[in-house]
Design a binder for this molecule. Sequence first.
Ligand code: NAD
Ligand code: AKB
Length: 318
Amino acid sequence: MTKILVTGALGQIGSELTTKLIEVYGKDNVIATDIKNPKDNHLDVTYRKLDVTDIETWSDLIKSNEITEVYHLAAMLSATAAKYPLKGWELNTAPLLGLLNMANDLGIEKIFWPSSIAVYGRDAVKDFTPQGSRKNPQSLYGIAKVSGEGFCELYNKEYDVDVRSIRYPGLISWKTLPGGGTTDYAVDIYYKALEEGYYSCFLSEDTELPMMYMDDAVRATIELMQAPKENISVHSAYNIHGTAFTPKQIAQEIKKHISNFEIEYNPDYRQRIADSWPHSINDDVANRDWGWKAEYDLEKMTKVMLEKLSDKLKKPYK
Ligand code: NAD
Ligand code: AKB
């Protein structure tokens, strides 16, 4: 019997991934946790307040609920981690190491932990970055993700912990707002296009970054976790490709639906982080090992984002 615990469940990915896990494994087999108070829980499932830096409470929760799979999503994203490096480092590294360290003793059969395209830095191949391209990130967040990937590889090789990971690109969704990332502009822009018809973008017009629609990201996560163990050849984290575009290209796509939409470019501190990341990702290895293939490109995603957000915000645009 699979019993799942999700950390950071009220965040951008957690909100949608937890809902999908409930659909796949049943409401009685999923526990959502986050540092937020129970009154902020919007998920229809058992919720426990948990700070993942408190390993003892985390371990008690896993033990008492006979948890077999942990999806560890709690983290600080790149832009916030650039502002609070010490806190970012502590949250993004030690809890993962703590979880891997207690996995075998607590009978955890599988762990999912997300990495990021931020592991690549200055010396990586920029276009369709291959799985094995050089990882010397220039952001604190990227350095923490490279360390996390190292922990996963170590605990898999030395202690046979079944931990699986994906290097998510920037994720785009309409249900929950992103929190403190460099790719957040690609969500904000849809809100502002509908609400104000204008967007001031914090990245320059030609900054190309790898991106993915949330439905693809959630599906990738479930497919990786359900893949047979013997198919998994990467124990650091898999590259996955969704789409890739610049602020100018997404603005042009939005203008096809909202013709008077206007954008200006006012790059800030996040530009340096974005400049150090790949433009697009090669995911041949994920495709070979567990059949990964994205379904959403910029055109299809823009159509869905505008339709869903227009309903949510009650801002008709047609
Ligand atoms: P998010 O910021 O939206 O959510 C993180 C959640 O963690 C929040 O709900 C927050 O309350 C919670 N949290 C913060 N500190 C905590 C603590 N000490 N204990 C428990 N919970 C705590 O982030 P997200 O976008 O959902 O990202 C989830 C994971 O995916 C992270 O590891 C992130 O690095 C990774 N990732 C995200 C993206 C993206 O575009 N969203 C891309 C690449 C990788
Ligand atoms: C961020 O911008 O920090 C995230 C990521 C790509 O890891 N969206």
